[in-house]
Design a protein around this ligand. Structure first.
Ligand code: FPP
Length: 266
């Protein structure tokens, strides 16, 4: 209800985003709590523009900025972005270095806006594998934004779902070996507490840009019941109207989590 009052009474840019979302058919009262995005297509975007691949990543940051702002305004509490996969280390070192520099710059430039807007930065993945300057920039941004209570922005970096799961199994095995955990105590909730995402609800909506119909080792455990929405739009072209389309589609889905909907119950 607070959101509706705000739309009717304000001409601020924030209220304008809410108005645009409503005009696009988004129900502001039925938004996902957690959206996760596989940001794909930066390289293809650059190729289409006859520019180096890194220009695609650079352009992709504009989309990141836009979607973070929209989520904050819509009060979507969790946004998780697949920014660098464990498999991305196979790319040429020039591209990896350029991506790491972009990431550091992003963390430094966006810090003030994140703090002002109550956005807490988090990161998941094998963060110890990242270059030292990136680790330092991440630590700094996480510390500085720790009090942000409006939204959590999680960057998946050097992240792989299978690695996350096997890391969790190793930690659990260590606990059992040390006599601190009984095998009988292992259930899905306990297991989830050993994942990098412990404490974060599972994504309600998974978006993938650039048209590929696969999950690419992203949040394998956590997306068990996520609604998946794939668009052919390349990530650097992904803007609010595309995000609104994803939300609209999500709101049209029936989520039964393996059960039956009330009307269909016998
Ligand atoms: C996939 O496109 C994208 C990536 C591997 C990196 C995503 C990074 C950014 C959007 C910029 C930095 C992010 C943050 C959060 C600051 P691709 O290169 O695989 O594209 P292609 O499949 O068309 O080659």
């Amino acid at each position: 209800m607070a959101k509706v009052i705000e739309i009717e009474s304000s001409s601020s840019p924030e209220a304008e985003i809410l108005r645009q979302a409503e005009a696009a058919g988004v129900d502001l009262h039925r938004l996902p709590r957690h959206v996760a995005i596989i940001m794909d297509g930066n390289g293809r975007w650059a190729r289409a523009m006859k520019r180096p691949r890194i220009e695609g990543h650079r352009a992709g940051i504009k989309s990141v900025r836009e979607i973070v702002r929209i989520c904050r305004q819509l009060e979507i509490r969790y946004l998780t972005l697949y920014a660098f996969s464990a498999e991305n280390w196979k790319r040429p070192s020039s591209e990896i270095n350029a991506l790491m520099i972009l990431l550091c710059n992003f963390l430094k430039r966006e810090l003030r806006e994140m703090k002002e807007n109550g956005i807490r930065l988090e990161a998941i993945g094998r963060l110890f594998e990242l270059p030292d300057p990136v680790q330092r920039a991440l630590d700094h941004a996480r510390r500085e934004t720790a009090a942000g209570g409006q939204m959590q922005l999680t960057l998946a970096l050097s992240y792989g779902g299978r690695l996350e799961i096997t890391d969790a199994v190793r930690k659990i095995a260590t606990e059992i070996q040390a006599g601190r955990l009984l095998p009988a105590a292992i259930d899905p909730d306990l297991f989830a507490a050993y994942l990098h995402t412990a404490g974060t609800p599972d994504p309600d909506l998974l978006i993938r840009t650039s048209g590929e119909m696969r999950v690419s080792n992203f949040l394998l455990w956590q997306i068990a019941y996520s609604e998946i929405w794939v668009t052919p739009i390349l990530w650097p072209d992904f803007r609010r109207e595309n995000f609104f389309a994803a939300l609209r589609d999500f709101q049209g889905r029936q989520r039964r989590f393996g059960g039956v909907d009330i009307d269909g119950a016998i």
